[in-house]
Design a protein around this ligand. Structure first.
Ligand code: SF4
Length: 208
């Protein structure tokens, strides 16, 4: 299991972008440090800023329901945001803030080394896949890079604003859960063989 303590301590002292000026506290991740699924959101909202935990407001409660609907629990996932400090008024983080926070995200990604990364919304998709990424264009695809699979989908907050997006997100999470179980069974087989965990598909993009 990854020891995230040093990464969290470094993040909690960070003042690398202007968001440190208005935050109540740095909002680090939550979940299981041994999880094989990393969920990446946008930035902390008011509730998260006050409580110091990501995805604890209305969008977080919806995310928990989506995970439960595909039989995933907090033990299966680790959740963090693209930026760890709340943008004032819940605005979209600026590109400079996303870039400044990359060192914390990347340190966490390296420590957890999850085979599955779910990108919740445009900010996470642009941060990880590139600034020109359109979430509506890539949503529903599985993008495999260097053995890690990325699943861009809509942010739960977008579902609260536009319920017509619930159905595609439901399909996305069904696929994610199915692939996750494939990986778990593959990891068990590999362990039996004394090999490391394989990813079942080569690098590339598979559309919805
Ligand atoms: S948002 Fe990230 S880079 Fe900016 S101050 Fe907070 S932890 Fe540091």
């Amino acid at each position: 299991m990854a020891d995230l303590g040093a990464i969290e301590r470094t993040a909690k002292e960070c003042r690398d972008c202007a968001l440190h000026e208005s935050r109540t506290q740095v909002v680090f991740g939550r979940g299981n440090p041994a999880a094989r699924i990393l969920l990446v959101g946008e930035g902390p909202g008011k509730d998260e800023d006050l409580q110091g935990m990501p995805f604890v407001g209305a969008a977080g409660q919806l995310l928990d329901k989506i995970l439960a609907a595909v039989d995933l629990s907090e033990q299966d996932v680790f959740i963090l945001n693209t930026v760890l400090c709340r943008p004032p008024g819940n605005r979209v983080p600026e590109p400079a803030e996303v870039s400044a926070c990359a060192r914390h995200r990347e340190a966490l990604l390296a420590a957890l080394d999850p085979p599955i990364v779910v990108l919740l919304g445009a900010t996470a998709a642009k941060a990880v896949l590139g600034p020109k990424t359109s979430i509506t264009a890539v949503r529903g695809s599985r993008i495999v890079r260097e053995g890690r699979a990325y699943y861009p989908t809509f942010h739960p907050a977008a579902l609260l604003r536009d319920p017509s997006r619930k159905r595609p997100v439901w399909h996305d999470f069904q696929r994610i859960a199915k692939d996750y179980r494939l990986i778990l069974s593959g990891a068990a087989d590999a362990a039996d063989d004394g090999e490391t965990e394989p990813w079942p598909t080569p690098d590339g993009v598979e559309s919805r």
